[in-house]
Design a protein around this ligand. Sequence first.
Ligand SMILES: [Cu+2]
Length: 653
Amino acid sequence: MARMTRAHFLQYGAAGGAAIILPWRLGTQALAAIPGGTLDPTTIPKYRLPLVIPPAMPRTPKNRLPKGMPRNVDYYEIAVRQFQQQILPTGMPKTTVWGHGSVNHPGTFNYPSFTIEARTDKAVRVKWINGLVDANGDFLPHLLPVDPTLHWANPPGGEDGRDMRPTFESTPGPYTGPVPMVTHLHGGHNAEESDGYAEAWYLPVARNISPEFASVGSFYDAFRSKFEDIWGQRWDPGTAVFHYDNDQRPSTLWFHDHVLGMTRVNVYAGPAGFYLVRGGPADLHGGVLPGPAPKLHDPPGRRYYEIPIVVQDRSFNTDGSLFYPPSRELFDGFGGPYIPDSDISPIFNPEVFGNTTVVNGRTWPVLHVEPRRYRFRLMNGCNSRFVILKIVGDPVAQRPVEPALPFWQIGTEGGFLPAPVQLDQLLMALAERADVIVDFTGLTPGTELFLINEGPDEPFAGGAPGTDFPAADPETTGQVMKLVVVPLASHDTSVPPDQLRLPAFTPLGTADNTRKVSLNEDDSHVLPGVGPREALLGTVNEDGSPNPLDWDDPITENPDLNAIEVWEMYNFTQDAHPIHIHEVQFQVVDRQPFEGDARPPEAWETGLKDMVIAYPDEITRVKALFDLPGRYVWHCHIVEHEDNEMMRPYTVG
Ligand SMILES: [Cu+2]
């Protein structure tokens, strides 16, 4: 959904009727400043704090394991809590955020969360605790404005009104009640009861929650019973226990909230972390790749050469608090009428862009690197922003900047690529992961390099910076991290990336079925020229026209158990959407313009993936094996889209 351009604005202004506040966007620039908080991002000093390398998440100690826990399961008890963290540089205020931590290890609460280290074919079980309560045991309200007019979890609706779009007599303010949550392991090959279904949420246990409220989502009880029948472990109130078999290739997964209609604000507030699967025949032997990564019981001061890096955009207020748009008006100047006097939500913004870059929980950090090879596990953890990452010498040079060092991409969401791919830049959609090697060998200590972002400060529709869209502001969101070369302190025994042989994967066989699905955008049905209202998934009619469907329409995607299917995603919108299918790792087959010939996947898309960019006016084809029965979801990972109808349930078997 393109933010309103001048042409759009004039068209919509001409529609008349609606009260219009002139947006600041009507300037001489193509795009005006991103709506932000009271903290001017250009006043935040860059490269003051070191990059935080999240340690490994500790497990529940043996003497505290629940009765009957099998010995071969790694067991964790992980809560989400609210705390303060120095995200802005020292000397500036701390920020109140949410993050996960082990309840048995009080020092482990952090944004982003500590990393779960898992092994292929060794089960992990996590008791996920919604710990959003204060010291008195009262619930903590949300840190950010929650729009109650979406089709969302809606705990105040009680058992009859939960997981619905409520009706209102007058335009409501933000929801300030207890926060529902449910954790999804993104990229995991998991049974439905452990997948973190959007309607399997639960509130914290708090003493001041009205008995009228639903305390759990529509699917919580069914999945709890199923889990207890299979594994014999109870779900205590305010928790869910999920079991992950890790019967998948070594890969870079991550965990984050997935509650219906609130994921965007829950994730923006902080709780998310890496989950790395290692080992088995599809991994490389130790020492082939740069390492080590953090592991349990590491001594302090240990140097790491494998580092997970999550890039996120955020905005702040001068008191250090997170800023998230509190009104639709900040998106396109549309000041009402809102629901119930129209069909436009009052608070929800169709896309949200932050005006700072936060990396592993700090704005614009610095990483000291030795002149040797590093393995970076990069992830785009933004809400709406696509990034194009590059390593350069001058962070404010005219875009596009000449790269100083290449990335060697060795893996993606579903594990290793067939062969390393040398790239000048990394285009990363939301939730995409890039496992890369960067070789700093031979660089003189004192050399300064910069990781920059040349993606746009607006929705992405494909193309190149400077040609098809203005690159992100070089003073702010166009910068990510500084890399300073320090003297070599270790012997690098890793294999140079151009000589690496990566473990092969077995491609999927011929498809049993092909289905057409669609990506759509919808404007107001009652106010001419006002929109977008929401984005939707759907199917494709016989005549090739789109058939957009809501979250609660009957299920249309229902692969047979163990079927291999090709999904043809028709993107009828003007923007690229990053599409995620739960439970599977798929192969990208090809992309075909509505009018034109198909082209093969990009070189860095030739492994297994759980995310794919679907470009406007194109059919994007992916192929997957649906080998777990149950009810899952597929959705756009622009989390603002996901929260407002761009998600659909699907069933296997
Ligand atoms: Cu989308």
